[in-house]
Design a protein around this ligand. Structure first.
Ligand SMILES: Nc1ncnc2c1ncn2[C@@H]1O[C@H](COP(=O)(O)OP(=O)(O)OP(=O)(O)O)[C@@H](O)[C@H]1O
Ligand SMILES: [Mg+2]
Length: 404
């Protein structure tokens, strides 16, 4: 099986998927804009061939493939890096390969088209409208009512996303959005936020995963002092998440998704109602695939590769642990000077702490807005949810990093 892998080394987790494809017997042809010399080791191990191309130049990529196609047969193309999902779909169509077409890919990339497809399937999404002018935003606000969310149609990482509670606030926010060509105006949904992630093959869900964000991602993004935490739930049969699971299955069917990783976000209102947030035809970021691995004592990179190449998992994935991640942001600017409170927590929780990856003392601190990982992360796990809640809360509150 010859698999084209788009961007096999960037971001770095792509290299783990690339290597996994090779591990399960695929011949992997990489297409990426990294020079060969800077490909991560796992990508190099996994690749049988690499073409260095500019991924933003579709025509150049297609030309390179036409050249290669004289010598090798392509069976499949995979892309887990969101910006190039449409390119992957074009390649599929050009070579008649299975998987999402261009038309099927658009709703995963364009939030307005996504919501139209969700609405058409009768799935509960926030009331919404898209707007390209100030007048259209006001009109939408009138129709939808406050509180509102205003955000870019092609957003990521909660950038340029605002909660707006009144007309006065909307007047304040509009100038901040001048550089955003098209915005989505949405009903503000009050509640908890979760993900619903899957690995599918031929329209069957082989692995399901629910992550609980604490606090809500917009709060993480607004307040530097917050340590964002996420909890991967061991028991997805609890009543609280059934609405999200059922919605997730309906969303996949509505969008015609059949094979690969998916990452959906959804809200659970206080009255229990599940409301759709968004979906990507890719794995979640922020190290969540590693949380899945700690949860199952298994390898989801390989699980994904088996699903997309063989259409099945070689072994069932059983969730044994609740797994929590805590992301830290140092206090102060400049270089990291010290950690406070870490040793005590580590000695107290012992083996429950499975990863500690922090910016070293002496190194410059990171831009907390650029990546949720910020100045580092800690991963903890335990079969009991309450225990993981406690650990995530304590690492968030009692462990501090300082910079100056
Ligand atoms: N309609 C809404 N009601 C309540 N909160 C919302 C709404 N839309 C967005 N938010 C908040 O803003 C965050 C970011 O929005 P969304 O997930 O749509 O965009 P994004 O920028 O692609 O996010 P990310 O890439 O961080 O997942 C959400 O996780 C949520 O906290
Ligand atoms: Mg989101």
């Amino acid at each position: 099986m010859n698999v084209i892998m788009i961007s096999p080394g960037y971001p770095v987790e792509m290299s783990y998927f690339t290597k996994a494809l090779a591990q399960i017997g695929a011949t992997v042809i990489g297409l990426g804009d990294q020079p060969t010399g800077v490909l991560p080791p796992a990508a190099r191990e996994g690749l049988a061939h690499y073409e260095h191309v500019s991924l933003t130049d579709d025509d150049a990529v297609l030309a390179a493939l036409r050249g290669l196609g004289q010598h090798v047969r392509f069976d499949q193309v995979e892309c887990l890096w969101e910006p190039y999902m449409l390119l992957a779909a074009r390649i599929r169509e050009m070579f008649g390969m299975p998987g999402l077409t261009v038309d099927q890919t658009v709703p995963f990339r364009d939030k307005e088209r996504m919501k139209q497809a969700i609405d058409a399937a009768g799935i509960r999404a926030p009331r919404h409208a898209s707007a390209t002018t100030v007048a259209a935003v006001w009109e939408a606000a009138e129709r939808i009512g406050f509180p509102l969310i205003v955000k870019p149609i092609a957003g990521a990482g909660s950038a340029d996303t605002y909660r707006v509670d009144s007309a006065a606030e909307l007047s304040d926010v509009l100038p901040l959005l001048r550089h955003v060509p098209e915005v989505s105006v949405e009903e503000f949904v009050d509640g908890e936020e979760f993900t619903y992630d899957t690995v599918c093959a031929d329209g069957r869900i082989l692995f399901e995963h629910v992550l609980w964000y604490r606090p809500r991602p917009l709060q993480m993004r607004l307040h530097e002092w917050i340590s964002p935490t996420c909890i991967s739930l061991r028991d997805v049969s609890v009543p609280d998440v059934q609405g999200g699971r059922q919605m997730g299955a309906r969303v996949l069917a509505a969008l015609g998704f059949r094979t690969g990783f998916t990452h959906m976000e959804w809200y659970r209102k206080a009255d229990g109602e599940a409301v759709f947030g968004e979906i990507g035809g890719r794995p979640p970021g922020a190290r969540v695939v590693d949380l899945m691995n700690y949860a199952t004592d298994s390898d989801l990179y390989v699980g994904w590769a088996e699903a997309v190449v063989h259409g099945r998992l070689s072994q069932p994935l059983e969730r044994r642990y609740n797994v929590g991640s805590i992301f830290k942001r140092a206090n102060g600017a400049g270089r990291i000077t010290r950690y406070e409170g870490l040793d005590r927590l580590l000695s107290q929780y012992g083996e429950a702490v499975v990863a500690v990856e922090l910016v070293d003392v002496g190194a410059p601190r990171k831009d907390w807005r650029a990546s949720v990982i910020g100045d580092g992360l800690i991963i903890v796990r335990h079969p009991e949810l309450q225990r993981v809640i406690e650990m995530t809360e304590r690492f968030a509150a009692e462990f501090q990093m300082y910079a100056e």
